[in-house]
Every structure is written in structure tokens, then in C-alpha cells.
Design a binder for this molecule. Structure first.
Ligand code: AQP
Length: 335
């Protein structure tokens, strides 16, 4: 599976619901492509998902589904290391060590903490605050060269580099400093009902998001009711026409057409034709994923076997770094 000459890429996704078209076009689709050129480590970030309250039974189910969804999207366990974060105990242990290497001030400046605290004012837990330290541990454990980052994650990557630099300086060189990786075909997908905010799995309005398991009829219906504007002209202008521009971004990401090509394809046509074409392109793209998922989720023993293999390999790799870290900070190793 691994090739010593290839660089390491690491990324995770939270089991907070069925992946959206945003998760797919912004992350998972690129993860599939990267498998050819890198040693890819992908994990289901179930520990991170604990920063919000989810019913325990639902969390278990969503974690299994998220694992199956990654495989359904074309992540191949023969090429990539795929695992569930909590199945490798090194993450929790490293997370604590990273907590102790993080400063209150720098964690307080994280915009995600501010955003998520505002979104869940009744549950501003310590995990939400120290989330970036756990994430730094996730990345540094595997000596990742690259971490694919969306615009909303750059601050966390900077934080990881700062913590790693500080640790290396204090205790001696252990960590490789990871760099951001910006996939060429990545796209930021916005809500279909409020195109100024990003499409999110946890959005409570089902019309705002496309789940990658939605069937064709549902997808076409959701695009039909997507918020646009009254100009009736397909033109890319994210500031003045956020709704139409979002639909163009989605169409472009799937068909590979440029914005100019899309503008001329729909010149003189109404939004009805445009929305139907975007919906159809999305439905065609997601159909095989939905079919793969339906098959995989039935095969519980296969999923469990793949999770076990992933956990063993991930633990083997991460434990090498964790042991070095423990020695450097002066934790007495158990004999
Ligand atoms: N709308 C989006 N457009 C492009 N990329 C997106 N990602 C998420 N939403 C979009 C990318 O998907 C990856 C996995 O995300 P995550 O599950 O770890 O957390 P998130 O960014 O908080 O995703 P959600 O869907 O918004 O989840 P909830 O609702 O639980 O908070 C990341 O690479 C992310 O950039």
C-alpha cells in the first residue's frame, strides 16, 4: 500500500451526518484522485464529533455510514489507509500532550471556536475550545507532509505548525512541519437556501443541502427550489449573484466547464433550464456512489474487517511518533 518515495497526505471527516455535495466536491472527490500520487491516510473524526451533542446510537450509526461512504466515493483501502480516529488510542493520548503544548491565548483566537460557540451556546464545552490541539495531534502523529485545507481550516494548520515548531524547539526535533495542500478541482459549495453560508451536513433545513445519498427526484427538486435572483441571467458574480454563482460553481466542478462556457451555454435561457441541467449533472455524478453505498452498508462484516485493518495499521504508524514524543517530554515508558 505505502510507497516510501511518495509524500504523506492526511485528512479527516466528521461523522456528523451523511456527507453533503459540499463535503464531496470540496474534499472527498479530491481525496480519491490523490490516492494515485500520495500515501493517503483518511480517518473518520469521531472524537472531533464529540464537541457537539449527538445521540450515542446515532453517532455509532453515522460513524459506520461515514466509513462506508468514503469507500462508496472511491476511497480504496488497498491504496489508502482508512480508519476510525477513536480506534487508534494514540489520538486521545497525543491530544492531551498537545493540549499541554497549546496556549489559552492562541486557542481563544480560533474563529471556528467563536463560530461554533455562537451556533451551540448551550454547549460550549472544553473540547470545542481545544479542538485544534487534538487536530494538531492527528496530523503530527503521522508526520504528514500535506493536509488538504479549505479556507476555513488554514488557521488550524497554522496552529499545528506553531505547536510543532514550539515542541521541536523545546524538546528536540520530532515533528515534520505539515504544509497546506489546495486540490486543483476543489470547490466551496454554499447552501442552496442561503448562498452566503456554506453547505453543511448539520444544517437543519433539508432543502439547503444535497446529501450524496439523495435520489435523482429529490436532487432535481432541491435545485429547482434553490435561491437565485430576479435578473434571469446566468452570470458568475459571487458578490451580486451568490445563488447563481454557487450553482455555476457546482456545475463547473462536475462538468469541468469554465464559467465562460457555462455563461454561453445558458445565454438567453431562463433559470429553469439552468437549474435542471445542474440538478441532472449532480444526480448523474452521485448515482454510482448511492448504489455503492447501498451495497456496502449491508455488508457489516466487510466494513468491520476493513476498520480493524485500518486501526491496526494506523496504530502501528502513530505509535512510533507517540513513543518518541513521550520519551522527549519525560514520560516514563511502561515496560
Ligand atoms: N460546503 C462545503 N464546500 C466545500 N468543502 C466543504 N467541506 C465541508 N463543507 C464544505 C469540507 O469537507 C471536509 C470535511 O468536513 P468535516 O466533516 O470535518 O467538517 P465541516 O467542515 O464542519 O463540514 P460540515 O459539513 O459543515 O459539517 P458540520 O455540519 O458537522 O459542521 C473538510 O475538508 C471541509 O473543508
Amino acid at each position: 500500500m505505502e510507497n516510501e518515495t511518495k509524500k504523506i497526505i492526511l485528512s479527516g471527516i466528521q461523522p456528523t451526518g451523511v456527507f453533503t455535495l459540499g463535503n464531496y466536491l470540496g474534499a472527498v472527490r479530491s481525496w480519491k484522485k490523490m490516492q494515485e500520487d500520495y500515501n493517503c491516510y483518511y480517518f473518520i473524526a469521531d472524537l472531533h464529533s464529540m464537541t457537539i451533542h449527538i445521540d450515542p446510537q446515532k453517532r455509532r450509526q453515522q460513524t459506520r455510514e461515514a466509513f462506508a461512504l468514503l469507500l462508496a466515493c472511491g476511497i480504496d483501502t488497498e491504496k489508502s489507509l482508512v480508519f476510525v480516529q477513536s480506534h487508534n488510542k494514540c489520538h486521545a493520548e497525543m491530544g492531551w500532550i498537545m493540549d499541554c503544548c497549546s496556549q489559552f491565548g492562541e486557542l481563544s483566537r480560533m474563529t471556528q471556536f467563536k463560530d461554533k460557540s455562537a451556533k451551540h451556546p448551550d454547549n460550549i464545552n472544553a473540547g470545542l475550545f481545544t479542538y485544534p490541539a487534538l487536530m494538531a495531534g492527528d496530523i503530527l502523529l503521522y508526520q504528514a507532509d500535506y493536509v488538504p485545507v479549505g479556507a476555513d481550516q488554514t488557521q488550524h494548520l497554522e496552529f499545528t505548525r506553531d505547536v510543532a515548531t514550539r515542541f521541536n524547539h523545546t524538546y528536540g526535533e520530532v515533528f515534520k512541519l505539515p504544509e497546506g495542500y489546495f486540490p486543483k478541482a476543489g470547490a466551496r459549495v454554499m447552501s442552496l437556501q442561503d448562498p452566503t453560508s456554506k453547505m453543511s451536513k448539520s444544517d437543519t433545513n433539508p432543502k439547503a443541502t444535497i446529501s450524496i445519498l439523495d435520489d435523482e427526484k429529490t436532487i432535481l427538486k432541491k435545485f429547482k427550489s434553490a435561491v437565485t435572483d430576479s435578473e434571469a441571467c446566468v452570470r458568475f458574480d459571487p458578490d451580486k449573484k451568490p445563488g447563481v454563482s454557487n450553482l455555476m460553481t457546482i456545475y463547473s466542478a462536475i462538468t469541468g466547464k469554465t464559467m465562460e462556457e457555462i455563461e454561453s451555454e445558458f445565454a438567453g435561457k431562463g433559470y429553469g433550464d439552468f437549474k435542471a441541467a445542474v440538478g441532472q449533472a449532480v444526480a448523474d455524478e452521485l448515482r454510482p456512489i448511492r448504489e455503492n453505498f447501498a451495497r456496502l452498508i449491508q455488508d457489516r462484516s466487510y466494513l468491520e474487517e476493513e476498520m480493524k485493518k485500518g486501526a491496526e495499521r494506523a496504530t502501528y504508524i502513530a505509535n512510533k511518533t507517540l513513543t518518541k514524543v513521550k520519551k522527549r517530554v519525560g514520560l516514563l515508558l511502561a515496560k
